[in-house]
Write a protein that binds this ligand. Structure first.
Ligand SMILES: Cc1ncc(COP(=O)(O)O)c(C=O)c1O
Length: 418
């Protein structure tokens, strides 16, 4: 192997393409073909065959009571808040380290987002910071199970019970992850999932809401179906002004295939994640986050590592990852999430969302929040490895490890090039 770093003009470790994903097969094509030929394309009015089938299967495999399929995982957060009775002006505490969709789900119902810092152990919301952020306007906490992590649900449930707050779980990264043997999303008052293109289960776009409350479920059905209140989903007081968030029969067709292959792919991702973690731990420089035994099943939308600058002789994460990328291996750093309040997409003005005015004035300034852990982790430490790099064979993992070793062995040359 040519030992010159690819970033300095040498040959890359990996030139073969990575395996394609998402995994689709002839059965997916067949299911879609029969939907199209049936000319029965809409998801609801219910029941629509595949829509109903998927909603029932996904809900039951999660161990949830009620579930609703809808257009995406941002709106399922908004629907969760409205279905549970969060109103304009109510404050919702959420994490400062997540995708913008989490906070969009809050802002789009005219609620007021309050960002709390993350725990340095699991990079999910820090329960102590949640407690500090509670005011007499707080109605709910929205937790995100990030990457391959699960938030500390024991502490969060305890806080929410003591302060009479709703707990909503954003499980966009965490389909079927478990906390003490129970699927995330079924522990708080509602759980929300995304089936967007990059997710572990995908139909291009799609979202799902689960809840244990029959009333919230019926209200959610009405909310996604333009406010119609129709039997048998009519057991809630009054009416709602709804959206059209109906998912189609085509989305359900694809999702049924995703569900069928889930366990086999999960087994492969788990094996490859273990191999990669072992290899990276032996090499040094990428540290896995501490294992929490209360997480009884992990998912790996993104496998997370902490970049250990000392092991890279003080070079910044992004420079090292750039050199690894040139070797043909994409571990992401600054290209993934910035801290939410520093994200250019975090542009929330009172002209458009008047409920924020009382707390934040004309616009939510990034300076409204003090999130030192989220800033350090996002800007300097977090290394994200997408699950598509885990749906691979052991020789592919070896290429990843070879790329890391090659960069580590040529740090001097990399430094000189800066
Ligand atoms: C943590 C998190 N929350 C919410 C969302 C929003 O989901 P969607 O893209 O389906 O609207 C996403 C994904 O994009 C996400 O990663």
């Amino acid at each position: 192997m040519n030992q010159n770093l690819a970033i300095l003009g040498g040959d890359p470790v990996r030139t073969r393409p990575w395996p394609e994903w998402p995994h689709v097969g002839p059965q997916d094509v067949e299911r879609l073909r029969s939907v199209i030929e049936s000319r029965n394309l809409g998801g609801i009015p219910f029941p629509n065959t595949l829509h109903q089938q998927f909603a029932e299967q996904f809900t039951s495999r999660l161990g949830a009571r009620y579930g609703v399929l809808m257009t995406n995982g941002t709106v399922s957060l908004s629907v969760a808040l409205r279905a549970l009775g969060v109103h304009a002006g109510d404050e919702v505490i959420t994490t400062g380290f997540t995708w913008i969709g989490t906070v969009a789900g809050i802002v789009h119902v005219n609620a007021v987002p309050v960002l709390a810092d993350i725990s340095d152990d699991n990079w999910c919301i820090d329960p102590a910071k949640v407690e500090e952020s509670i005011t007499d306007r707080t109605r709910a906490v929205m937790v995100v199970h990030l990457g391959n992590q699960v938030a500390d649900m024991d502490a969060l449930l305890d806080i929410c019970r003591r302060h009479d707050l709703l707990l909503i779980e954003d499980c966009a990264h965490a389909h079927f992850a478990q906390w003490r043997g129970q699927c995330v999303g079924t522990i708080g008052d509602a759980g929300s999932y995304s089936f967007e293109t990059s997710k572990i289960m995908t139909s291009g776009e799609g979202g799902f809401l689960v809840t244990g409350s029959e009333e919230a479920f019926h209200r959610a059905m009405s909310l996604v179906h333009v406010g119609r209140k129709e039997a048998p989903y009519d057991r809630f007081p009054g009416r709602v002004f709804g959206w059209n968030h109906r998912a189609t029969e085509m989305q359900a067709a694809v999702l049924l295939g995703q569900l069928d292959q889930y366990d086999a792919l999960d087994e492969q991702r788990t094996a490859m994640a273990e191999l990669l973690t072992k290899g990276l731990t032996e090499i040094g420089g990428f540290l896995p986050l501490p294992d929490d035994p209360r997480v009884t099943r992990r998912q790996r939308y993104e496998l997370l590592f902490r970049f250990d600058t000392d092991a890279w002789e003080g070079l910044h994460r992004d420079k090292v990852l750039e050199a690894i990328l040139a070797e043909g291996v994409e571990f992401e750093g600054n290209t993934f999430y910035p801290p939410l309040h520093r994200d250019p997409l975090f542009h929330i003005t009172a002209d458009d969302w008047p409920a924020i005015r009382e707390r934040y004035g004309e616009k939510i300034s990034p300076d409204a929040f003090h999130l030192p852990v989220a800033e350090r982790v996002a800007f300097d430490e977090a290394v994200w490895i997408h699950h598509s790099l885990l749906s691979v064979e052991p020789e592919d993992v070896q290429d990843m490890l070879d790329a890391v070793v090659k960069v580590r062995d040529n740090l001097g040359a990399l430094r000189q090039s800066l």
